[in-house]
Design a protein around this ligand. Structure first.
Ligand code: TYD
Length: 221
C-alpha cells in the first residue's frame, strides 16, 4: 500500500467542481482513506492568499506576473508541507482541485517564462508529481458561457458576468497550455472531453482512477 496523489485540472466552467464532488463521494462510499483539498486555499495561510489572489484586480494596482506567481507557490509550499506530503506518507488518497499544471497553464499564459516556472517548481515540489492528473478539456468559448450563466443565476449584474474578447483569448491560451502538458506527459495526464454528459465524464474519470488505486493496493470492488 502506498499513498496516491490525484489532481484535477481544467479551465473555468469545465465541470471540475462537479467531478471533484462525484469522485470524492465515490471514494468515501468505498471507505477509502481520503484527503480532499484545493489550490489556492487548502491551508489557513492558503485561504488568506486565496482571498488576496481572487481580489487582486480590486485595488486598481496591476500585479506583476512574478508577484502573483510567488503567491501561488507560497500557497503550494504550505499545502505540500502541512497537508499533501503528510497524507501521502500516511498512505492516503490525496485528491486536489488544481495544482502545478494550473500554474504552468495560467501563469505561463500570463507571460511567465518556462525557466522561472521550472526553478520555482523544483524548489517547492522537490520532484513530487501527481500519480494521475485528470484534465477536463473544453473550449473556453463554451465553458465561460457556463460560468456566465452560473453568475447570472447568482444574481450578478449582466455586465459583470460577461467575459470580453481579451479574457476569452487568455483562456484559449490557458487551454492550449493544458493540452500541451497532456500531450507531453500522456502517462500522467488523462485528457477527458468535458462536454459530454456529467455521468459519461464521471465514468471516463473512474476508468483512469480505478486501476491506479488497485495497483496501489486499495480494495475498490
Ligand atoms: P477558483 O475559484 O478556485 O476557480 P475554479 O473553480 O475554476 O478552480 O479560482 C482559482 C483561480 O486561480 C482560477 O482562475 C485559476 C487560478 N490559478 C492560477 O492562476 N494559478 C494557479 O497556480 C492556481 C492553482 C490557480
Amino acid at each position: 500500500m502506498q499513498g496516491v496523489f490525484i489532481t484535477i485540472e481544467g479551465v473555468e466552467g469545465s465541470g471540475k467542481s462537479t467531478q471533484m464532488l462525484r469522485l470524492s463521494e465515490r471514494l468515501r462510499r468505498l471507505h477509502l482513506p481520503l484527503v480532499v483539498s484545493k489550490e489556492p486555499g487548502g491551508t489557513a495561510l492558503g485561504r488568506e492568499l486565496r482571498r488576496l489572489l481572487l481580489e487582486r484586480h480590486a485595488s486598481g494596482e496591476t500585479w506583476c506576473a512574478e508577484s502573483e506567481l510567488l503567491l501561488f507557490y507560497a500557497d503550494r509550499a504550505q499545502h505540500l508541507e502541512t497537508l499533501i506530503r503528510p497524507a501521502l506518507a500516511q498512505e492516503k488518497i490525496v485528491l486536489i482541485d488544481r495544482f502545478e499544471d494550473s500554474t504552468r497553464a495560467y501563469q505561463g499564459a500570463s507571460g511567465v517564462a518556462e525557466a522561472s516556472l521550472d526553478r520555482l517548481s523544483e524548489l517547492v515540489l522537490r520532484g513530487l508529481r501527481p500519480h494521475l492528473t485528470v484534465l477536463l478539456d473544453m473550449d473556453p468559448e463554451l465553458s465561460l458561457q457556463r460560468v456566465e450563466v452560473r453568475n447570472l443565476a447568482l444574481g450578478h449584474e449582466f455586465s459583470e458576468t460577461r467575459f470580453d474578447e481579451a479574457e476569452l483569448d487568455f483562456h484559449r491560451r490557458v487551454r492550449n497550455r493544458f493540452l500541451a502538458i497532456a500531450q507531453g506527459q500522456p502517462n500522467r495526464v488523462a485528457l477527458i472531453p468535458a462536454r459530454d454528459p456529467v455521468e459519461q465524464v464521471e465514468a471516463a474519470i473512474w476508468l483512469r482512477v480505478a486501476p491506479l488505486l488497485r495497483n496501489a493496493g486499495f480494495r475498490i470492488d
